[in-house]
Design a protein around this ligand. Structure first.
Ligand SMILES: Cc1ncc(COP(=O)(O)O)c(C=O)c1O
Length: 349
């Protein structure tokens, strides 16, 4: 017999909204902001090597190596870094260990959906602050945000923002300072798209006791399937969070692949440059044809359109994401893939 407390908890979880995991094969995948490029050859080679040692647990010394390289990549010390199973793993680590049921969480709206999902699972009180749409971009409603963060225990800010593709604070201290100094709660800046946008606030983690930055290998590094990322924060927080982690939380192939990727980040940075160029040309062509396309500093664009672009593109073998009524997000694929999208959008409607 299930006890009443457990039963209530199960009912609560069953009542939550399910994340939309719809996936498609044999189709051009532009719906998940993946990289169209596979991991670098040296990453693949290393992962194959490590697969042969799959009977062994990950080696803690390799975790240290990861932290040194990620720290160097971000301009911080290795002590500021904790590897996680993707950016999502970092969000879970924060929500599960640094927050308590009933506490207030603040997110921009729209923003990455997993902040709300994990906050709901933890039974946090969620407040959404609408981004302000302004011509071809979106910006944070700083006054509303400052007001809202005052009694928050955590504030999630994806910068650049998903799904708008907009810069929020753009890595500038003077822009984010008011938020960091108004709240006693944590401020989580999610830099999943950092390599495309080029800016960061990692240099501030030792200056503010409440700042945590999230990074991932899922986007520019083309390693979404390996589920590896990390968080960057002050040692006070990393030392505490280490009690809630083991060196085994990221699998050995993922950890070793990420180490190899960090030994030569130029592969990811060059791919980010290629993707950004494709995005700029794509945006320009669509705008010339009369589409409302927002400015983006990421590997995707957001389009406002009253027509059903998702079904239209799907009927041509292309998957994109419908974000909301009249808002469609298209990840940037290879040149050929984007030419197909252009062909449909410019010639079929
Ligand atoms: C803003 C943001 N953060 C985190 C993630 C999650 O990435 P990961 O694959 O590292 O869990 C995504 C993925 O789309 C994202 O858009």
């Amino acid at each position: 017999m299930i006890n009443e407390e457990l039963d209530n908890r199960l009912k609560y979880l069953r009542g939550l909204q399910t994340y939309d995991f719809t996936d498609y094969n044999d189709i051009i995948r532009l719906h998940l902001n993946e990289s169209p490029f596979s991991p670098s050859e040296r990453v693949i080679k290393r992962i194959v090597e490590v697969a042969r040692e799959g009977n062994r647990y990950p080696n803690p010394e390799r975790v240290e190596m990861f932290k040194v390289l990620a720290g160097r990549y971000c301009g911080v010390k290795s002590e500021n870094v904790i590897p996680t199973p993707g950016g999502d793993g970092a969000i879970r680590l924060i929500v599960n260990n640094l927050l308590r049921r009933g506490e207030k969480a603040v997110v921009n709206f729209p923003s990455y959906s997993m902040y709300s999902v994990y906050s709901s699972v933890k039974e946090l009180r969620l407040t959404k602050v609408n981004l302000i749409e302004e011509n071809y971009t979106w910006r944070a409603d700083t006054d509303a945000l400052v007001n809202s963060v005052r009694d928050a225990k955590v504030t999630f800010i994806d910068d650049p923002n998903n799904p708008t593709g907009a810069k929020i604070f753009g890595g500038k201290e003077e822009e984010i300072r008011e938020i960091l100094e108004t709240t006693n709660g944590l401020v989580v800046v999610d830099e999943a798209y950092h390599e495309f946008a080029g800016y960061s606030v990692t240099r501030l983690v030792d200056k503010y006791d409440n700042l945590i930055v999230i990074r991932t290998f899922s986007k520019a590094f083309g390693m979404a399937g390996f589920r590896v990322g990390y968080l960057v924060t002050n040692e006070n927080i990393t030392n505490a969070l280490r009690k809630a982690t083991t060196p085994f939380d990221v699998s050995a192939p993922s950890l070793e692949g990420a180490i190899e990727a960090l030994l030569d980040p130029s592969y990811a940075l060059e791919n980010a440059t290629i993707i950004s160029k494709i995005r700029s040309n794509f945006t320009e062509k669509l705008r010339r044809a009369g589409f409302k396309v927002y400015d983006s500093v990421t590997n995707f664009i957001l389009i406002k359109d009253a027509r059903d672009l998702k079904s239209l593109l799907f009927s041509h073998g292309i998957a994109i994401r419908r974000v909301n009524d009249g808002l469609y997000r298209i990840s940037i694929g290879t040149n050929e893939q984007i030419e197909k999208v252009e062909d449909v959008l410019l010639n079929s409607i």
